[in-house]
Design a protein around this ligand. Structure first.
Ligand SMILES: [Fe+2]
Length: 403
C-alpha cells in the first residue's frame, strides 16, 4: 500500500541489557536503580532444581536485594499459579518482579504484575474484557530459551483451568521494564528445545515481515533476526557448547520479539495455537512444522517479500525471478527444518484425529483473533481445513479410502 498511506506506532520501551554473565554481575544493581529492594523471582521447578535460581538469589543478596522465590510455574501457566504468585508478592512486600525461564515463566510474571494492581481474578482482564489498570510494578525478564520474545512484548497468555481455555492479557502496561539478555542463561537448554524455540523465533520474524500490519521499522528488525537465525540456529543445534551461536540465536529471538510486538504474527500461529491447546504440542515445535505449509499457501499474496526472505536464505536465489525465488524459499525452509530434526508433519497424532477434530481445529484457528486477521492471504474455512489435512496426511489417506 505504500508508506505514504501507512500509519503506525513503534514503541520500543523495554531497556535491553545484553551480555555474557550480566545476570550475575548487574541484576542487583539494576533492581536497586529501579528502587526495588524486595523482589519476587518467578520461575519453574526445573531451573530451581538445577540450582540456577538459588545462584541468582544469592548474587542478589550479596548485591543488597532481598529475593523471594516463586518457582511453581508450569508449561501453559494457570490462573491459579498467577494468584499464588500474587500472594507471595504481597506476603513479603515485594516492589518488583524478576522472571527467569521460558515463555511460561515470563508470561506468568507479567500476569502477576497485572494481578498485583488489578483486583480479583485475573481472567476478568482478558482481551476484550475489563481494562488493565497501571502502572504495574517494574519487571525484569530473563529468557532461558531463545524463542518466545516474551521479554519485550505486551502480552501474556494464561490458562483458565476452570473454563478449560486460554485468555490473553494485553496492554502496554505489560511491556517489561527491562530484558536481561544473557547467553549464559541458555546454556542448559537441550538441543531439541534449541531447535523448537529457535524455529519459533524464525516464525516470529517471517510472520512479522510478511503480515498485513508490517511496517518499515518492524521489517528492519525482522530481516536482521532472520539473517542471524539462518546462520546461527543450525550451529547452535549442532553444538550446544558454541557460545557465539548461542549468543546470536538468543539476541535474534529478542529482536524478532521486538518486531512482532509491533506488527503481530499470522496464520502459522493461528494454526499452531489449537494444536497446543488440543494436543499439547509444544508451541515452537507446532510452529516449526506448520511454517512451510502456510508459506506455500501465502506466497501469492506477497511474492516480493517472500523473495526477500529467500535471498537471505540462499544467496543464489538473487539470480532468479521474484516468483521463482519466493517458491524456492519453501524448499529452503523444509531443508532448514529437516536439519534441525523437526518432523515434517503431525502424523504421530493421526490416531486421535477424526473429522470432528479437524472441524474443531479449523474453527479455533479462524477464531484466533490476535493472529488470523493479520495474514496476507485470506483463507476460507475449506482452505484452513485443507491445510490441517496436509499437516496430517495419514488422516487424509484414511479419509480417501473411506470415500
Ligand atoms: Fe510464537
Amino acid at each position: 500500500m505504500g508508506l505514504i498511506n501507512q500509519k503506525f506506532n513503534s514503541i520500543l520501551p523495554t531497556e535491553i541489557v545484553f551480555g555474557k554473565g550480566i545476570v550475575a554481575s548487574d541484576l542487583a544493581n539494576k533492581l536497586l536503580d529501579l528502587n526495588v529492594q524486595k523482589v519476587l523471582i518467578v520461575s519453574d521447578s526445573g531451573l530451581k532444581n538445577l540450582g540456577i535460581i538459588d545462584g541468582i538469589a544469592d548474587s542478589l543478596r550479596v548485591g543488597g536485594v532481598e529475593p523471594f522465590i516463586f518457582a511453581e510455574v508450569e508449561p501453559n501457566p494457570t490462573m491459579e499459579a498467577v494468584h499464588q504468585g500474587r500472594k507471595v508478592y504481597f506476603q513479603h512486600n515485594c516492589t518488583g518482579i524478576v522472571a527467569i525461564g521460558g515463555g511460561s515463566s515470563l508470561d506468568a510474571a507479567k500476569a502477576i504484575a497485572v494481578a498485583s494492581v488489578n483486583e480479583g481474578d485475573v481472567n476478568q482482564y482478558g482481551r476484550g474484557k475489563k481494562t488493565i489498570k497501571g502502572p504495574l510494578p517494574p519487571t525484569i525478564m530473563i529468557p532461558t530459551t531463545a524463542g518466545t520474545g516474551s521479554e519485550v512484548t505486551n502480552v501474556a497468555v494464561i490458562t483458565d483451568t476452570r473454563q478449560k481455555r486460554k485468555f490473553v492479557l494485553a496492554s502496554t502496561y505489560l511491556i517489561p521494564t527491562c530484558a536481561f539478555v544473557d547467553p549464559v542463561m541458555t546454556y542448559s537448554l537441550p538441543p531439541k528445545l534449541i531447535a523448537a524455540t529457535g524455529m519459533d523465533a524464525l516464525v516470529h520474524s517471517i510472520e512479522s515481515y510478511v503480515n498485513n500490519r508490517a511496517q518499515p521499522i518492524s521489517d528492519a528488525l525482522a530481516l536482521e533476526a532472520i539473517k542471524m537465525l539462518r546462520k546461527y540456529l543450525p550451529k547452535s543445534y549442532a553444538d550446544p557448547t558454541n557460545e557465539e551461536a548461542k549468543a546470536q540465536v538468543l539476541l535474534a529471538s529478542t529482536i524478532a520479539g521486538l518486531s512482532f510486538s509491533m506488527s503481530g504474527t499470522a496464520l502459522v500461529h493461528s494454526l499452531s495455537h489449537p494444536m497446543t491447546a488440543w494436543f499439547e504440542v509444544p508451541h515452537g515445535l507446532a510452529n516449526a512444522i506448520i511454517l512451510p505449509y502456510v508459506m506455500e499457501f501465502n506466497l501469492i499474496a506477497n511474492y516480493e517479500k517472500y523473495a526477500e526472505v529467500a535471498y537471505l536464505f540462499e544467496e543464489e536465489t538473487r539470480n532468479l525471478s521474484v516468483y521463482k525465488a519466493a517458491e524456492k524459499l519453501v524448499d529452503h525452509l523444509k531443508n532448514f527444518a529437516r536439519k534441525l530434526d523437526i518432523p515434517e508433519n503431525f502424523n504421530y497424532l493421526s490416531e486421535v484425529i477424526d473429522e470432528e477434530v479437524i472441524e474443531g481445529l479449523t474453527r479455533d484457528a479462524m477464531d484466533d483473533r490476535g493472529t488470523f486477521p493479520n495474514n496476507p492471504r485470506k483463507p476460507s474455512k475449506e482452505e484452513v481445513r485443507a491445510l490441517y489435512q496436509q499437516l496430517l496426511p495419514q488422516y487424509k489417506a484414511t479419509m480417501a479410502i473411506n470415500y
